[in-house]
Design a protein around this ligand. Structure first.
Ligand code: PTJ
Length: 254
């Protein structure tokens, strides 16, 4: 990465910022996406920039859910495209999921740029562009515009880095929603069926690994993983983990 010394203590975090600012310069990350990353960083700091056991369990349940789904879809916004394009393509391949661009600040040019970036990273088919789109009922942002063969008819939708009312609207349509969100208190985190409280740059590789492992393990194992998962418990553990770390730091311990 440009000019960041390998020994820099914040190297990883600076690399993430570079990917987002590069995406912004290329016209597919929106301005608000840079702000959203800042909010995420604050929560990641509280987590100690490490994946908790609650995140690993949620990633496993999410992988099981995607594998068991009849019509799984990965919904991609500008930030996810910038940070995890390869992992998005790999996860789609591992789970037989479709990839769809769905963005809040929608312009056709942004949708096309995100789709091109994902295809370059290995995604075979990317839905979400064009005018012949369906609408998610009772949702008034541009995120309501979805592809008929993608999110509209999906039974399981994975989304990341968005906080808002789409999760509730998708659940009202009878879909299972998996969210990746560093903020365990966000509307999306609390409304989703499965919430991976982790940074997408750690959560997406963990999801790909879990999906490959559980695919080999077979459907009874996938069903058991999903049945034993408790999202409320995962959210409680994420908040407790942040609390403990902040208390330790406030007490002068690391
Ligand atoms: O690409 P678009 O047009 O769809 O725009 C995307 C926006 C910026 C609108 C979207 O990301 C958004 O709604 O942002 P919010 O409302 O700020 O919510 C972002 C959520 O993601 C917050 O809860 C953050 O804590 C969380 N977050 C930010 N960065 C990360 C993250 N979660 C996981 N990994 C991250 N790197």
């Amino acid at each position: 990465m440009n000019g960041i010394p390998p020994s820099h203590p914040r190297r990883k975090s600076l690399e993430i910022r570079e990917k987002l600012t590069a995406g912004y310069r290329k016209g597919f990350v929106c301005e608000a996406g840079l702000i959203a990353q800042g909010r995420g960083e604050a929560f990641d700091y509280c987590l100690g920039e490490r994946s908790g056991r609650f995140a690993a369990r949620a990633a496993e349940a999410a992988a099981a859910s995607l594998l068991l789904a009849r019509r799984p879809v990965i919904s991609v916004n500008g930030n996810l495209a910038a940070l995890c394009p390869e992992e998005t393509a790999e996860l789609a391949e591992a789970c037989g999921a479709k990839v769809e661009v769905n963005i809040f600040y929608r312009t056709e040019s942004r949708v096309r740029r995100i789709a091109a970036h994902l295809r370059k990273a290995g995604a075979k088919e990317v839905l979400g562009s064009g005018r012949a789109l369906a609408s998610i009922p009772e949702l008034f942002s541009s995120r309501r515009r979805v592809s008929r063969e993608g999110i509209y008819t999906a039974d399981v939708v994975l989304l990341a880095m968005e906080d808002g009312d789409r999760t509730r609207a998708l659940r009202r349509m009878g879909k299972r929603v998996i969210a990746i969100d560093l903020n365990p208190l966000s509307v999306t985190a609390r409304e989703a069926d499965i919430t991976i409280v982790d940074n997408v740059v750690r959560a997406m590789p963990a999801l790909v690994k879990a999906a490959r492992r559980l695919k080999r393990a077979g459907r009874p194992r996938q069903a058991a993983v999903l049945k034993n998962y408790d999202n409320k418990r995962a959210l409680r553990e994420a908040v407790a983990c942040m609390n403990q770390r902040l208390s330790r730091l406030a007490g002068g311990r690391r």
